[in-house]
Design a protein around this ligand. Sequence first.
Ligand code: FES
Length: 100
Amino acid sequence: MAAAIPVTALDDGEMTVCRVDGRELLICYVQGRHYALDSRCSHAGQPLITGRLEGHQLYCPLHRASFDIRTGQALAAPAAEPLATYPVTLEAGKVHVEIS
Ligand code: FES
């Protein structure tokens, strides 16, 4: 379990990239919850931080695949593989992410 960002770092609908245990993660904040997932698209590796977040749906900026940030599930082609997601807890004012 490692601290990623302060709890107050993101407003609703925002996301950021951070490095946790040597891995680059995307942290999203939507409707009062934080989500941690792989920062690059499972289709061709595009950084998703430049994509668009609409509710719980994240759109890749390169070929417009989309993912559910709650599960990592690929919702639209051309991505077929999900994004890995990681458990998040809030502790001492920080967002902590567990990478197993
Ligand atoms: S790299 Fe994301 S849809 Fe192609």
